[in-house]
Design a protein around this ligand. Structure first.
Ligand code: UDP
Length: 233
């Protein structure tokens, strides 16, 4: 049983924002996709596999997955200075780590697969939306993958475990104990490929949050799969 909490958005504790997805949105890319969750929109474009430059970055044992995350200047109300920063560098790495366990690049030594992820609108949950868009774009590009990856955050608002915090809940909610945000990524057979914990949570509630996100990841997978099938028509 999920305890009821009054959320500003009117969502139930275990209710995620409305989601949608589209594959094949950038004709010039080898693979591309869009993933929307509420007011958060991610687009991803895949280029490659292609020869890795500079040469000293090449890995002769297998290909490299290289993800670049950025938020567009006007994706939030306070304009963001263009160009990489500490946060975007960290999120780029996290997206790589979340996808690395499923991407099979053994047959691409010395090559790189570039994934560019842009947030056109950001209302929290951008790394998760970026991972969802990137996973679809990789599949669309025909990169061999063991599984699809679906990502969503769960967390805590005051004392209640909730799914999919929006910007207000993530950053501005100050009642009681405040909020905790836990972005996670799952394979379509329910294995965790990424988890981050931003804030405090008990072991028991962390387990609940993981279960809640895992269940939601199944729904995200259905939307991703449908979007991928639609492009094949
Ligand atoms: N944000 C912002 N300016 C920034 C960075 C973040 O307004 O320079 C907002 C944006 O809405 C983002 C949210 O804060 O989605 C939460 O950011 P966080 O770093 O927690 O990552 P996310 O939840 O987006 O993965």
């Amino acid at each position: 049983m999920v305890k009821e909490i009054k959320r500003k958005s009117g969502r139930k504790a275990d209710e995620m924002r409305p989601i949608s997805a589209k594959v094949g949105i950038i004709p010039n890319a080898d693979g591309s996709a869009m993933y929307k969750s509420g007011e958060t929109i991610a687009i991803a474009a895949v280029y490659g596999p292609k020869k890795m430059h500079p040469q000293h970055s090449q890995n002769p044992a297998k290909g490299t997955l290289r993800c670049t995350y950025s938020m567009l200047s006007f994706s939030v109300t306070d304009r963001i200075r263009p160009g990489p920063n500490r946060r975007s560098t960290e999120i780029s790495k996290i997206i790589e780590w979340a996808l690395d366990p499923v991407v099979m690049l053994d047959n691409y030594p010395n090559m790189v697969v570039d994934v560019h992820i842009h947030m056109t609108q950001a209302d929290a949950g951008t790394r998760c939306a970026g991972i969802n868009a990137a996973a679809m774009a990789l599949a669309h590009a025909g990169i061999p993958m063991k599984n699809m990856v679906s990502s969503i955050a769960a967390g805590k608002l005051d004392k209640t475990v909730v799914l999919d915090l929006d910007k207000y809940e993530d950053s501005d909610f100050e009642e009681g104990e405040g909020s905790t945000d836990i972005p996670m990524s799952f394979t379509d057979d329910g294995k965790l490929t990424h988890i981050q914990v931003d804030g405090y949570i008990s072991k028991e509630q962390l387990k609940q949050a993981i279960e809640m996100a895992k269940k939601a990841s199944g729904k995200i997978y259905e939307v991703q799969e449908k979007a991928l099938k639609e492009i094949e028509k």
